[in-house]
Write a protein of this length. Structure first.
Lengths: 432, 194
């Protein structure tokens, strides 16, 4: 009897986990033990059903962070949609402290009214709550926005579910030729949109701090050139097409300048381009070395970059006005592709030793280095705008895909395979 | 005699490149003197599905030179038995030093370019997939420049060369092992108009 029950439970569990995988774009591959339980009641609806299941998106967002463990629907003792319907005493019997309720009403089929309330069930107290009015096209983003508020109310940290990701995809056509696309998706990998297609490689997307423009490298004219493209209009400009390499763009924190790598002098050097005036100033002057992959420190006064001036690629720091560069990384034979946390304290990079490449973080105060990943074929780390998670590119069974890891190395996620090679991820800034 | 001199130069370049990057540095300095810097800011286009994004002018990079019997004109560049028929040189990991195996090939191309000042050549540098894409883009260019430096040793002028890097973006062999990687660490020599 017990055995039969066990079998049934195992079978049910298998069904549930299969369903969860089919729904989620993201697989969590570790670190969920410490996740906080949360009760998310399916949102009530009045009028025609909304085209998007808001509470499900919120639930997936929170679960995908690895920091929350939404209760299964069958454990919910009732389905309240607002405070007056909640019997807090009953909800205290569950192991979850947080309770999220809400409802959607569609009046004329166009505008949707959405409201949510997050409660602490022990204190019978509202922690967050809002009422919105959105067109159908805005529902998905609103769901991510609500997830951000729940996340922030319960962790004290800024949520990044309503941000976006930019990345490059590569597919081989039936003619055997490769096609490249620059895509932008929601932070959960859903809703991908192509913003540029090319038969030639695309590299190094970088978000402007306003989240409305992307800079990237395109080989469409036969050579690496840097472009700036507006997300809303699709309008774009070539901003650097000098002889030699034009690459590795990085926006200044104030959005007025790009740091670039140009080899027009005959050797790759870091430059700063003032976008409004086109004024170019050279930052590095080491004509024996490769200097590339500049990234701005949040203070806007210094750049981190990769250089092999010491023999092998390492990360250096230099003033935007030029001058002497200071070496920052010392462990390992290959450190490159730096990105900096929003508070300027933590450096992430590709860390190579013994022919393998990992994502690592280094505390800039203490110099302590921690390797976060394991596959040995990891590249292009990019900080989430809350500094909590690092997105990067990796490989699995010969396929390039995106993955992320929390800065403490505890929570690993993998973005589902899409049949394309996916790489060069860049996490957008927070959206207003 | 001519040939010996090149070998000696190649050897010294290998030695330099092995110790420091002085060899490449030299190539860089040459580039600075002879090249015209073109600032092109006219490329304003619309975004998605833009015609320009289909990439023109690069298809040559994919073309293999076919040495067919009917095409044979008597120019030594078309002799399939000449070392000139070799149009790819290979490199060690994270290195831009020329290998001994490629010396005969490079000597032949150096002499040919020196003797034919109207001939132009495109040098396309590539790397294997390991490490960062941006660093590899720079490394591919360094390799192409190091080949250009050698190819100029017998009187060819800098105007005869176009240097491009694709970094790790255009691998010759797909795969995640040394046998694939060593085919990808290369510079292609593409004679323009042939």
């Amino acid at each position: 009897m017990t055995k039969r029950w066990l079998t049934t439970i195992t079978f049910l569990g298998a069904c549930l986990s299969f369903q969860a995988q089919a729904e989620l774009v993201i697989d969590i591959v570790g670190g969920t033990e410490a996740a906080l339980p949360i009760a998310i009641v399916p949102f009530g609806s009045e009028g025609p059903t909304a085209p998007i299941n808001i509470s499900e998106i919120i639930s997936n967002d929170l679960a995908s962070s690895g920091r929350f463990d939404p209760l299964p629907k069958r454990d919910l003792i009732s389905e309240p949609h607002e405070k007056s319907e909640i019997n807090f005493k009953d909800w205290r019997l569950l192991r979850s402290e947080g309770l999220l309720v809400g409802k959607v009403s569609t009046e004329d089929g166009e505008l949707h009214k959405v409201q949510f309330q997050l409660f602490d069930v022990y204190k019978s107290q509202q922690l967050a709550g809002m009422r919105y009015q959105v067109p159908a096209g805005g529902l998905r983003r609103l769901a991510h926005k609500i997830a951000d508020q729940v996340y922030e109310a319960l962790t004290g940290e800024v949520g990044v579910f309503s941000t976006r990701l930019a990345f490059v995809t590569e597919v081989k056509g039936v003619d055997g030729k490769k096609r490249y696309a620059l895509q932008v998706s929601d932070a959960d990998g859903a809703n991908p949109r192509t913003v540029l297609q090319s038969k030639q490689p695309i590299l190094s997307p970088s978000w402007a701090p306003d989240g409305e423009r992307l800079s990237y490298v395109s080989f469409e004219n036969g050579n690496a050139e840097v472009f700036v493209q507006e997300m809303r209009s699709g309008r774009r400009n070539s901003v650097a097409a000098f002889k030699g390499i034009n690459s590795a763009p990085s926006w200044s924190p104030d959005g007025t300048k790009l740091a670039l790598t140009l080899s027009k002098s005959g050797n790759p050097e870091i430059y700063v381009l003032e976008l409004a005036s086109g004024k170019l100033s050279r930052v590095t002057h080491n004509s024996q070395a490769i200097d590339t992959e500049a990234v701005w420190m949040p203070n806007g006064k210094e750049l981190l970059f990769t250089s092999d001036r010491g023999g092998r690629p390492q990360i250096y720091k230099v003033s935007v006005d030029g001058g002497r560069a200071q070496r920052v990384t010392f462990e390992g034979t290959y450190n490159s592709s730096a990105d900096i946390s929003p508070d300027g304290r933590t450096l992430t990079m590709v860390h190579g030793f013994k022919g393998k490449y990992y994502i690592a973080v280094q505390d800039l105060q203490t110099g302590t280095l921690q390797v976060l990943t394991e596959t040995g074929r990891d590249e292009s780390p990019s900080f989430a705008p809350n500094g909590r998670v690092i997105l990067y590119a990796t490989e699995q069974r010969g396929k390039a895909l995106l993955a992320s890891v929390s800065v403490d190395g505890e929570i690993h996620r993998r973005f589902g395979e899409s049949g394309k090679d996916v790489r060069e991820p860049a996490w957008s800034p927070l959206r207003k | 005699m001519k040939s010996l001199k090149i070998t000696a130069l190649c050897l010294s370049l290998i030695w330099f490149a092995g110790c420091t990057t002085t060899g490449n540095n030299q190539a860089g300095a040459d580039g600075q003197n002879g090249e015209v810097m073109v600032e092109d800011r006219t490329g304003e286009t619309s975004g998605i599905g833009d015609e320009n994004a289909s990439g023109t002018g690069i298809d040559g990079a994919e073309t293999q030179v076919i040495v067919g019997e009917g095409d044979y004109t008597g120019d030594e560049i078309n002799d399939p038995n000449s070392p000139l028929a070799n149009r790819v040189v290979y490199f060690e990991y994270d290195s831009s030093a020329v290998r001994f195996e490629d010396q005969a090939t490079l000597e032949a191309h150096t002499a040919y370019l020196g003797d034919n000042p109207n001939v132009t050549i495109r040098l396309i540098g590539h790397t294997d997939e390991r490490g960062s894409r941006e660093y590899n883009l720079a490394l591919g260019e360094r390799r192409a420049l190091s080949i250009r430096q050698i190819l100029m040793l017998q009187g060819a002028s800098i105007q005869q060369f176009q240097v491009t890097s694709f970094g790790e973006e255009r691998p010759e062999a797909e795969g995640f092992d040394e046998s694939a990687w060593q085919q990808n660490r290369r510079v292609e020599l593409i004679y323009i108009g042939q």
